[in-house]
Design a protein around this ligand. Structure first.
Ligand code: HEC
Length: 340
């Protein structure tokens, strides 16, 4: 599983999480002070996102109002916050107008660099929101030309079919924008999962009772094998490939995801192998074939289609966070194609 993920992600820059993001989303790296200073606890049960929302947009729940805390909200209060004022309110609970916040808002204690990073994250939340405009969703290029090209082609289709809630999808060079590389990261596990399940089903449908594994760890596959009633053997003509096959022996039939089997497909077929490839996106496959595009471009096209789906699912009040959340929990329909 791990290996598959790495292969899927190869070529996209993974965005490392900052301490501020970890504190905001999961309450890591700080202590929360509650009960008017009486109780000090790890902040893990008091993540900002838990009360103010992952998008910092605020909400009302159980009679308590959790105000919006992304940057434009904070800087547009009648007595606006600046970075210093936010640091103070987190430390002492005193707002810039002198008001003491009620005790439902914890106080926080963390290293200065963690707090500075949190401020930067709150500022970034605002920049991210600007990626979603009333008439368009801006997506930041990944810098990988093939990936970007595939994405742009899918965006063009999405736009031609009317977009989502009046929004078109636009690929931009500079921010603000939803980073394409981030989308690739977020969508990867769902795609991998769907591909693996499809490969297992294909194995079963082909009438195999046992199969061998290439790459990956048997432990990751065991429960899938059990669920489909197949036996994992040391060697078998039917092989689930979690890494690209090297040499091929006569009569071998490889099952696997397109990212694994795709790049080597022509070569493997020439060597006499049969392939059953799971694809998250038939349209992307057809597009790539017709235009002679490579696998990376195909993946970009797939991501464009998935983002379009996510934009429709996330609804009219889409925010970058909702979009990324939707990309993470995508329902990926997978098809299989057989070669030769
Ligand atoms: C347990 C719920 C809870 C958690 C966790 C929480 N807050 Fe709050 N926060 C509140 C409530 C409730 C208020 C409003 C208090 C009031 O108005 O008296 C508030 C107010 C604020 C304000 C003041 C906004 C204004 O309009 O003056 C800021 C800034 C803020 N929170 C930031 C944060 C940050 C950053 C974190 C994480 C480090 C965080 N909050 C975690 C509940 C929470």
């Amino acid at each position: 599983m791990r290996l598959v993920l790495i292969l899927l992600l190869a070529g996209t820059a993974a965005t490392a999480e900052t301490p501020g993001e970890a504190l905001f989303l999961r309450g890591e790296g700080a202590q929360a002070i509650i009960g008017g200073g009486a109780v000090r606890l790890p902040a893990s049960r008091f993540a900002c996102a838990g009360c103010h929302g992952a998008d910092g947009d605020g909400r009302a729940e159980g009679g308590t109002a959790f105000p919006p805390i992304h940057w434009s909200a904070l800087t547009q209060r009648p007595t606006p916050y600046d970075a210093e004022a936010v640091l103070r309110v987190l430390r002492d609970g005193r707002a810039p107008d002198g008001r003491m916040l009620n005790a439902a808002m914890p106080r926080y204690d963390a290293q200065p660099e963690v707090m500075d990073s949190l401020i930067a994250y709150l500022q970034g939340l605002e920049a991210a929101r600007d990626a979603i405009l009333p008439d368009r969703i801006q997506v930041l290029r990944s810098g990988n030309d093939a990936l970007d090209q595939g994405f742009a082609a899918a965006a063009e289709r999405f736009n031609a079919s009317g977009g989502a809630y009046g929004r078109q999808m636009v690929l931009t060079e500079t921010g603000p924008g939803v980073p394409l590389s981030r989308l690739a990261d977020e969508a990867a596990p769902a795609i991998t999962e769907a591909c693996l399940n499809a490969s297992m089903n294909a194995l079963k449908q082909a009438g195999a009772s046992q199969f061998a594994l290439l790459g990956g760890s048997p432990a990751d596959i065991a429960y899938r094998a059990e669920a489909t009633g197949l036996t994992l053997a040391k060697t078998a003509p039917s092989i689930l490939a979690l890494e690209p096959p090297g040499n091929v022996a006569a009569g071998q039939h490889f099952y696997g995801c397109i990212d694994i089997l795709g790049p080597a497909a022509a070569d493997l077929v020439t060597q006499g192998a049969q392939l059953t490839i799971a694809l998250p996106d038939r349209a992307a496959f057809d597009w790539a074939r017709a235009g002679g595009h490579d696998w990376q471009a195909m993946r970009g096209f797939t991501l464009g289609g998935l983002l379009g789906q996510a934009a429709r699912d996330a609804g009219r009040r889409t925010t970058q966070d909702r979009l990324i959340e939707a990309a993470r929990s995508l329902h990926v329909a997978v098809e299989t194609v057989s070669l030769p």
